[in-house]
Design a binder for this molecule. Structure first.
Ligand code: PEP
Length: 252
């Protein structure tokens, strides 16, 4: 039985004070109210606050993820952050392939595969996002698009490397729009993704790989997503920014 996982993607929100306030109070509530959530919880704050966030969560089961890395090891890449830098401050996870990175920063599958390789070189776990646009879904191309996103990136990895991945299916039309996929649409895609892993890597990997749904998850719909057979949790944007909403989601 796969454990449920909830990942908060804070994007470019929450400054230093908001980040530390959230984490300290969230932990306090979890402990004082003895909240029983039984989920793996991962939080992705902005780069400048990764170190302090990791320190605040030290000794807890909660983990911190970065939202991006650069695809090169080191060198003259002004403004970029490398996998080894994250590793040096104890960060063990990174989100790659988010649709905002693909669309706004032109990260294509070639670039993403380079990022995957460098993340794996430093032993980072990778939360890898895939998903189609509304244009593609309206033409019933979602399965082809997602398959291709996997084929051109993760599917170049070895069986051992697959152990470092979480997959997040995030239909782009559902991200930040308040218009979530239906449970059926999400479950159908998750089952399809799992079948691709079965075909490529066999049963044990396909049974083990965590596949999360992302796209307008909130405290009202999270529970129903988490009930679906092939949905192992959620990648949550907007509804992860407020403690009370995020608490409800992890208890869903
Ligand atoms: C996201 O950006 O990964 C996301 C799922 O955002 P939201 O929950 O706001 O749709």
């Amino acid at each position: 039985m796969r454990k449920k996982i909830v990942i908060a993607n804070w994007k470019m929100n929450h400054d230093f004070h908001e980040t530390s306030f959230f984490l300290r109070n969230f932990l306090k509530i979890l402990l004082e109210k003895k909240i029983n959530h039984n989920k793996e919880i991962i939080i992705a704050p902005s780069f400048p606050f990764l170190h302090i966030s990791n320190q605040i969560l030290q000794g807890t089961t909660l983990k911190i993820a970065a939202q991006n890395i650069y695809q090169m090891d080191k060198g003259s890449y002004t403004g970029e952050v490398s996998a080894s830098m994250l590793k040096s401050i104890g960060i063990t996870k990174v989100i790659l392939g988010h649709s905002e990175r693909r669309e706004l920063f032109f990260e294509n599958n070639d670039i993403l595969f380079k990022k995957i390789k460098i993340a794996l070189k430093y032993g980072l776990d990778i939360i890898f996002c895939v998903g189609e646009t509304s244009f593609e879904r309206n033409r019933d191309q979602q399965f082809y698009i997602v398959k291709n996103q996997l084929k051109e990136t993760i599917f170049h990895c070895t069986r051992d490397e697959i152990g470092f991945f979480y997959i997040a299916y995030e239909p782009i039309w559902a991200i930040g729009t308040g218009k979530n996929a239906t449970y059926e649409q999400a479950q159908t895609m998750h089952k399809f993704i799992r079948s691709l892993f079965l075909e490529k890597y066999g049963e044990s990997i396909s049974n083990r790989i965590p596949i999360l749904y992302g796209g307008s998850i909130n405290n009202l719909n999270a529970g129903d997503f988490f009930l679906q057979k092939d949905i192992d949790g959620g990648l949550v944007g907007k509804s992860s920014l407020k403690i009370e909403n995020f608490l409800k989601i992890i208890q869903s």
